[in-house]
Ligand binder design. Structure first.
Ligand SMILES: [Zn+2]
Ligand SMILES: [Zn+2]
Length: 288
């Protein structure tokens, strides 16, 4: 059988030099331009620059938890002090790219960290109409004494299962606590740093109830679930479809041109197998 031709989906989770963690990739300056150049070259019809929007003021790290490029943001108490997102600079760069790459559909966006904590701080930007796509990300969990921390750090202090459950149980709180985000990103975020050396390979079935409960809450609030293509996990679209999830987006989470639209053909095949279909434009969510 010949495959059905559909337009390739937009890459809806892309970072550039306007994200504070830019530099985790060796190529740095002028990177939004390079991302656009690459998109044109590989026939990607659309992309969304979803830069980090973080307001955290009590993010604790242990030594070595954060890459060398971001070490400059760690103060002497072990807390990460992030620079504010330069929305004006970013929007100017978007404008220039839209003029230079007319064949490419370029959308604005943010990857908003812990929206349930920071909706008020983000309200002016997010209601300005300048931002097309709002991805909501859960990166940090409550730690101790009012601090918050990444799963990476938490795994040093708590049993692996407890960290995974803490992550999954925070998802409904994030949904209930914020109206601002449309798309929930990388639901497997705590899996990325799962301590394989001590806990063995990650087995999603041990946490199936937690993943399904989180997905149900997301589906009931009509959010979109991102297929984060850094790693393909077929159980994510499967359980999402079974829990009445209606829509998905595709995001490579690229911080450099080489990762743009990574694994998209396989991700497309994966979600099609669970009944999701393209919309009329590449940046439309795929729905079922
Ligand atoms: Zn993220
Ligand atoms: Zn990201």
């Amino acid at each position: 059988m010949v495959g059905v031709m559909t337009i390739p989906p937009a890459d809806s989770h892309v970072h550039s030099e306007w994200s504070w963690d830019w530099g985790s990739h060796p190529e740095s300056p002028g990177s939004m331009v390079r991302m656009c150049e690459r998109a044109v070259k590989i026939g990607l019809p659309a992309l969304v620059f979803t830069e980090h929007l973080d307001f955290e003021d009590a993010w604790r790290v242990d030594d070595g938890d954060i890459g060398q490029h971001a070490q400059k943001f760690v103060d002497d108490t072990g807390r990460v002090r992030l620079p504010p997102f330069d929305a004006d600079g970013y929007l100017g760069a978007i404008d220039r790219c839209r003029h230079a790459y007319k064949e490419l559909r370029i959308l604005t966006g943010v990857e908003f960290g812990q929206p349930h904590m920071w909706d008020a701080q983000a309200a002016d930007l997010l209601s300005s109409g300048a931002i097309d796509r709002i991805n909501g990300s859960l990166h940090l969990l409550p730690f101790r004494a009012g601090d918050r921390t990444e799963p990476t750090t938490l795994y040093h202090h708590r049993a692996p299962d407890d960290v995974m459950w803490a992550y999954l149980e925070e998802v409904p709180r994030m949904v209930a606590g914020s109206d601002s985000f449309q798309v929930f990103t990388h639901i497997d975020y705590a899996v990325r740093s799962w301590p394989v050396a001590t806990a063995g390979p990650f087995d999603p079935r041990r946490f199936e109830g937690g993943f399904r409960a989180a997905m149900r809450v997301l589906a009931d609030s009509e959010r979109v679930l991102e297929m984060n293509t850094r790693r393909l996990r077929p159980w994510i679209p499967q359980w999402w479809a079974q829990e009445r999830g209606r829509a998905v987006s595709f995001g490579s989470d690229a911080h450099g041109p080489d990762d743009l639209a990574a694994s998209f053909p396989e991700a497309v095949a994966m979600v099609e197998a669970f009944g999701f279909r393209a919309g009329s434009r590449p940046d439309d969510f795929w729905t079922r």
